[in-house]
Design a protein around this ligand. Structure first.
Ligand code: GLU
Length: 422
């Protein structure tokens, strides 16, 4: 099953449980608009390289399209369609006034120089600028895209439309219209949700062992935040492999080593293991903060965690999801667990619209409130429909999307064919 089929399956299951209007399901089962472009980029050695680029605008019933851009070799249309669909649901779950979109470029960002990344980003903006904008489609960072890339993005867009437009993209550096707290927002939002969930289930943090897969923007901050909260971090990993120590590790030391030497595996806080082994180690909570399709039919039977927190998008396949639910594993689903990122993106956009910037305390207090409200609403639906948290999260989103669709009428979901921009 492809990632997009997996997403459709999650939607269909929830739609059936809540008896959703078939027309609403149909509308949300198709992205509204897709742009595919080939970006010619001059590389440092002088030759021209061509990169496939995508922007999928899934749905705008609840507001402008919103969602990140990833720079990853495996990027393709199926993946970006799935991720854009998830964004529509994520924004609805979080209760922020956006629809969903996603973009990506198939490239190996890790191997590209600063100059090549800048030229690629500017080319991407040139390809999409006519279909995006602060009130229409607002990109953001995702895998291997950084605040610096967002700064180039904002600069190129502002130049093309001849107007300073910080609100066209979020996840920018503070100096050019970013928000305090955006960098840590995905992890922080997940931490607020986990904390509240545990409080409601009379669980104590002390002695809880937590393994975190992925050490990027979500995973590295998650490790540091959970360590700070008093959890015992027993495992971490990055694209090279895992690091494990049943007695607990200090993620700040691991980060220091990764910055100096390149990988978490270079740290002597724990013993190296493979990424596959790490997921199957004994622990209480498994945080999936790497990428899609990590817990699958192949390893689902070996997962020991009782709670899975999905900080990545789509890390659990539909088969594994069903199996783990039957085994009583609680999965805090991606569209809730990682919605802190896009929520602070919304705060950044609001600050850009007002040209007035908030102190960190305000960002964090508003984020915490939004996360707890989103969680409580989902727990209420879960109680009403006696379903999994993922199903309840989709129901929470469908409920808002269905109401928006009915209020707006049939004009609001026009569909365009894919078009290819050369
Ligand atoms: N890429 C992040 C996500 O998947 C953030 C999106 C945004 O801030 O718009 O949620």
């Amino acid at each position: 099953m492809s990632f997009y089929e997996n997403t459709l399956k999650n939607m269909n299951k929830a739609a059936k449980i809540m008896k959703l209007d078939q027309e609403t399901l149909n509308v949300l089962s198709h992205p509204q608009k897709t742009l595919i472009a080939t970006l010619p980029v001059r590389m440092d050695d002088g030759h021209m390289e061509y990169f496939e680029a995508y922007r999928v605008q899934h749905n705008e019933l609840r507001g402008p399209f919103k969602g990140g851009i990833r720079y990853l070799p495996s990027v393709d249309l199926d993946e970006i369609k799935a991720l854009s669909t998830e964004m529509t649901f994520k924004c609805a779950v979080a209760g922020i006034p956006y629809g969903g979109g996603k973009g990506g470029v198939s490239c190996n960002a890790k191997k590209m120089s600063e100059g090549e990344l800048e030229r690629l980003t500017r080319k991407y903006v040139q390809a999409v600028y006519q279909i995006i904008g602060p009130n229409h489609d607002i990109p953001a960072p995702d895998m291997y895209t950084t605040p610096q890339i967002m700064a180039w993005f904002m600069d190129e867009y502002s130049r093309l439309v001849n107007q300073y437009s910080p609100g066209v993209v979020t996840g920018k550096p503070i100096e050019v219209g970013g928000s305090l707290g955006r960098g840590t927002a995905t992890a922080q939002g997940g931490a607020y949700i986990l904390e509240e969930y545990m409080k409601r289930h009379d669980m104590k943090i002390e002695g809880i062992r937590i393994i975190i897969q992925g050490f990027g923007n979500a995973g590295s901050f998650a490790a540091e935040i959970f360590h700070g909260m008093g959890f015992t971090v027993t495992g971490v990993s990055d694209s090279r492999g895992g690091l494990y120590n049943n007695d607990g590790m200090d993620p700040f030391n691991i980060m220091k080593t990764k910055k100096e030497k390149g990988s978490v595996q270079d740290s002597d806080e724990g013993k190296p293991c493979t990424n596959e082994e790490l997921l199957e180690k004994p622990c209480d909570i498994l945080v999936l903060a790497a990428m899609e399709n990590q817990v699958t039919e192949a390893n689902m039977k070996n997962i020991k965690a009782k709670i899975i927190l999905e900080l990545a998008n789509g890390p659990t396949t539909a088969e594994a999801d069903e199996y783990l639910a039957k085994e009583g594993v609680v999965i805090i689903p991606d569209i809730l667990a990682n919605s802190g990122g896009v929520t602070v993106s919304y705060f950044e956009w609001l600050q850009n619209q007002q040209a007035y910037y908030w102190p960190i305390e305000e960002v964090e207090a508003k984020l915490k409130r939004a996360m707890i409200e989103a969680l409580v609403r989902i727990l209420d639906f879960q109680n009403e429909y006696k379903c999994t948290m993922r199903e309840a999260a989709y129901i929470s989103a469908f409920d808002r999307l269905d109401k928006a669709k009915k209020l707006r009428g049939s004009g609001a979901h026009l569909r365009c064919k894919i078009y290819h921009d050369k």
